[in-house]
Design a protein around this ligand. Structure first.
Ligand code: NAD
Length: 383
């Protein structure tokens, strides 16, 4: 037993030193990329696993359609990045193989298909690794249900909490297992600022901070304390704090849920509650997700790689709406809000009002490509 304890204590020292160094790097960071100042915007497209390549191919087709002129005149380059597949990641035993990561880092923004994460083992999630490697600290997920007056936007901290050391816990065989959760001052401050800046810039009047600070006293306690400190710089915005358990209930409480506007959360709670919110909007297929840092940003569908759809031979019937929403968020991020608005309008027509082509995720519905055609035809009709 002593040898396990000694080895764990040694490991903890290494982890502590690494995390302190990360906090110090964050403190020195500079501002965000100004896309208008770039000669060329490079959009990298990673297919991913399972239904990923199918929905990614469709979103590339959509992007080429929307950005026809910009691609032709060299303002935008769409670049396919191979190798972010579970087979390649297992072979190289790396969450993101080095050559793939280098290609990703040569782009400005990434559109990513879902990637499979193995249960157990030591191979880290490609998503967690990408968020860390590109320092994509803000996971931003909007959810809207206009009929119910729901207009939420979630700012989930994306690089810390339970995820940053998720594959580096300690285990003493047949005895116990230990994982680590990390919250830093700089990591919390930058996500809080992003949420409050968004609220201020978009006329939002309320930010809800969500933690479990009554139980996770150190980590969530720090998140709460720093978020409140940042809030003082935004006196026009009303701030409230909820514990994650009751907030989960609030979202299904029709009496009060429409009052929430901007929600700020640590990593794990944000991961869980945004799927709940997406379900309220109409399913995980209906929401896009943005992972933003200061230099890079990655956009993806909110759902996973749906391996069962591939096993059942119905991959072509996958719904691309979620990744199309991610395309919309990406266009907005790179300064093409007019194109994003147009796509949002087309998606609303296709999925809410006209609904001429319906994807069900099975053979009784339209294929992913048929829905892509429908969206592009709808876009063509919009002035
Ligand atoms: P999942 O989202 O892949 O599937 C959940 C359910 O939704 C399944 O019934 C699936 O068939 C359905 N579904 C998902 N996307 C769909 C689409 N576009 N059209 C129609 N139906 C769709 O979740 P899971 O089964 O928990 O995870 C599968 C794999 O995906 C796991 O390895 C997981 O780690 C990974 N995952 C990746 C990401 C990501 O890359 N961002 C996110 C979540 C899960």
């Amino acid at each position: 037993m002593k040898q396990y304890i000694d080895s764990a204590v040694e490991q903890f020292r290494t982890l502590l030193e690494e995390q302190i160094a990360r906090q110090q790097r964050m403190e020195k960071e500079s501002g965000a990329t100004d896309f208008n100042s770039l000669d060329k915007i490079v959009i990298g497209i990673c297919g991913g696993d399972g239904i990923g390549p199918i929905i990614s191919k469709e979103s590339e087709r959509l992007l080429r359609f929307i950005l026809k002129d910009e691609v032709a005149n060299g303002r935008v380059e769409l670049r396919n990045i191979e190798g972010l597949t579970i087979e390649n990641r297992i072979e190289k035993n790396k969450a993101i193989p080095d050559d793939v990561l280098a290609e990703i880092k040569a782009c400005n923004v990434i559109l990513k298909g879902p990637t499979t994460t193995l249960k157990g083992g030591t191979l880290e999630s490609a998503n967690v690794a990408m968020r860390r490697e590109l320092d994509l600290y803000a996971n931003v997920r909007p959810v809207q249900v206009p009929d119910e007056n729901i207009d939420w936007i979630f700012f989930r901290e994306n690089t810390e909490g339970e995820y940053v050391l998720g594959s580096r816990g300690v285990e003493i065989p047949d005895t116990l297992a230990f994982d680590f959760k990390v919250t830093t001052n700089a990591g919390t401050e930058r996500i809080a600022r992003k949420a409050f800046e968004y609220a201020r810039a978009n006329g939002k009047t309320n930010v809800a901070i969500v933690t479990k600070a009554n139980i996770m006293k150190k980590t969530d306690g720090k998140f709460s304390e720093i978020a409140h400190k940042v809030a003082l710089e935004y006196p026009e915005i009303e701030v409230e704090e909820w514990y994650i358990d009751i907030m989960t209930a609030n979202l299904v409480n029709e009496q009060i849920r429409s009052k929430f506007q901007v929600v700020l959360l640590p990593n794990l709670y944000g991961d869980i509650i945004t799927d709940e919110a997406a379900q309220i909007q109409g399913g995980v297929g209906t929401a896009g997700s943005a992972n933003m840092g200061d230099k890079y940003a990655m956009f993806e569908a909110i759902h996973g790689s749906a391996p069962r759809m591939i096993e059942q031979g119905i991959g072509d019937y996958a719904n691309p709406t979620s990744i199309f929403k991610a395309v919309e968020m990406m266009l907005r991020h790179i300064g093409m809000s007019d194109k994003a608005e147009k796509l949002a309008k087309a998606l609303s027509i296709c999925t809410e009002t006209e609904k001429k082509v319906i994807v069900t995720g099975d053979k009784d519905g339209a294929t992913c490509a048929e829905f892509g055609d429908y969206v592009m035809k709808t876009l063509e009709k919009l002035v």
